[in-house]
Design a protein around this ligand. Structure first.
Ligand code: ACO
Length: 395
């Protein structure tokens, strides 16, 4: 019987619950590594699909593996007609993350390998999810505007095809490359809340679609992936604000958080934020929208100073702080910013789900089953006395 370790109300900070070979973070130095490779190198030299292959399989693909994987993704891009038909009947005001979370089990319904327990079958399911999640996000955005979803264009890369299916306009190479780099930077991040949710569901031997659905729900929260949309809300509200130091001070004084800052693991600037900050600056200059980079930098610097005065130098920008202005400049609506995170993170989720299911014997995790300390009503082991409704009094 395992010894009971009490880690109540700590959000499991600092507790290692499993082994992983998928990714590694050095929170003190601000380093993120996927399968041994620094994200900066991957962002510089790889494509998102190459990185997805790396995460799923453990090695960078050869030319043949790369073209085979791309061909499988391309083949899987079209959504099943019943899903497209169903989306047309959903309330137009539905949140895109809810729509995405509801769409994934619908994809499971036509999944030919759902009952297969092999690693190969799970990689196949992962490949189809990587192909179809962007298609579902784009289809919903078109349908909610009263437009028809667009078929995929086989001549376009993963990121370019998403932008085409979303906007109905083929992006230039630079725009497609920038989005591809964003997808690389968001692809995996060890045991974050949504990945843990996926792994927890996978530990019950539920199928990959069930596990990914849980991950989407966890990602939607504003303390996790939902923070990018909250950052954009803040930037829009502060667009004409003259007194940023006053705003930051009153926000902190009231106990509210500055969204996009702080991290459970990084004690320095998130390496993804560094990259995205430069991208926001470059895209701002290119498109005449430098104000978003300038405003976010002003908030960042003011908040850093305020945190430092409280001795909290570890609260620094995270990935969401500068991805928001980047996506905004790219023409992505605010409520699609978190779904774009999901388009990328599905590659990491699926890699962790496969690891959860197929790790070697000595590293294989068990069904997650933590304990809780009961602090509720207690009348002894015989239980409280049951009373009929007429004998109960209002509280
Ligand atoms: N603004 C103001 N204060 C903050 C912030 C922030 N962004 N982040 C942490 N703090 C403060 C807390 O209020 C707390 O103060 P206290 O000790 O005086 O009560 C202290 O720092 C520790 O905060 P915790 O939430 O306990 O610790 P942690 O560092 O684990 O928090 C978290 C990480 C939840 C991400 C937090 O920094 C936060 O809420 N940030 C804003 C939301 C956000 O950007 N989320 C995205 C994270 S990245 C991702 O998931 C993709």
């Amino acid at each position: 019987m395992a010894q009971q370790v009490v880690m109540k109300n700590t959000g499991l900070r600092g507790v290692a619950v499993a082994d992983t070979k998928v990714s590694f973070i050095d929170g003190e130095k601000g380093i993120l590594i996927y399968r041994g490779f620094r994200i900066e190198d991957l962002a510089e030299h790889s494509t998102f699909l190459e990185v997805a292959f790396l995460l799923l399989n453990g090695t960078l693909p050869t030319r043949k593996e790369s073209s085979d994987f791309e061909a499988q993704v391309l083949k899987a891009r079209p959504l099943p007609p019943y899903l497209l038909e169903s989306l047309r009947h959903w309330p137009r005001e539905a949140r895109p993350m809810d729509v995405l979370q509801a769409s994934v089990p619908m994809l499971a319904m036509a999944e030919p390998e759902l009952a297969e327990e092999s690693r190969g079958a799970n990689v196949g399911m992962a490949t189809r999810l990587i192909a179809r999640i962007p298609a579902a996000v784009a289809a919903w955005h078109r349908i909610r505007q009263g437009l028809d979803p667009l078929p995929p264009d086989d001549s376009l890369s993963h990121a370019a095809n998403f932008l085409w299916q979303l906007h109905g306009k083929k992006p230039d190479d630079e725009a497609a490359h920038d989005l591809d780099v964003c997808l690389i930077l968001h692809a995996d991040h060890t045991f974050n809340a949504s990945t843990f949710a996926c792994r927890e569901v996978a530990s019950t031997r539920a199928h990959m679609y069930a596990a990914v659905t849980a991950g989407i729900g966890a990602l939607s929260g504003s303390l996790h992936g939902g923070a990018n949309a909250e950052v954009m809300k803040m930037l829009m509200e502060l667009e004409n604000e003259k007194d940023i130091p006053g705003w930051v001070a009153s926000r902190l004084q009231s106990g509210s958080r500055i969204m996009g800052m702080g991290h459970a693991v990084y004690k320095t600037m998130d390496p993804r934020a560094k990259y995205l900050k430069q991208m926001a600056q470059r895209l701002g200059k290119k498109t005449g929208q430098s104000r978003w980079h300038e405003l976010s930098t002003e908030i960042e610097q003011t908040a850093l100073k305020a945190f430092a005065e409280k001795g909290k130098t570890e609260i620094q920008p995270n990935v969401d702080f500068f991805s928001a202005p980047v996506y905004h400049i790219m023409g992505i609506p605010r409520d699609l910013m978190t779904p774009i995170f999901a388009i990328s993170r599905v590659s990491g989720w699926c890699s962790h789900i496969i690891e959860e299911k197929f790790a070697e014997a000595q590293e294989k995790p068990q069904l997650y089953r933590p304990q809780a300390e009961y602090v509720g009503r207690y009348c002894g082991l015989m239980g409280c006395e049951w009373e009929p409704p007429e004998a109960r009094t209002d509280a």
